[in-house]
Design a protein around this ligand. Sequence first.
Ligand SMILES: [Zn+2]
Length: 145
Amino acid sequence: MTQATTAYQKPIPLKDLDNAPYWDAADQHQLALQKCDDCQAYSQPPGPTCAKCGSANVRFEQLGDDITATVYSYVVSYRPFLPGFQDELPTIIALGQLDQVPEVKIMGNILKCEEKDLQIGMPIRMTWVDITEDRALPQWIPATN
Ligand SMILES: [Zn+2]
């Protein structure tokens, strides 16, 4: 008997004590950022303490699902470095600088975008791709889509 293989092949980010609120929000198609109650700095990716002042007095701020940004930097990958990416080449990997919180940049792929249309500073919008029944990945799409 043959079985169709439709399982998600790419790595699934692991939730840990520090990043679980970030990924829990992502699973609900929302963005949550870790913020320090002492110095007000954001830490992205989240960690056990504030990346700026080392305080353990950190919490998560909910930013909702309407997340826009501009392309701060990007690379275009023509090789699949991990299993599962071979059918989606080239892959555009970008740092999006958030409009709401410009000091935060979030890495993700830009989907639905041709390489020739890529530009530093172009407006992008966060989207969430459901990868399993209960997990979702934040990614980017051009804001005009
Ligand atoms: Zn701090």
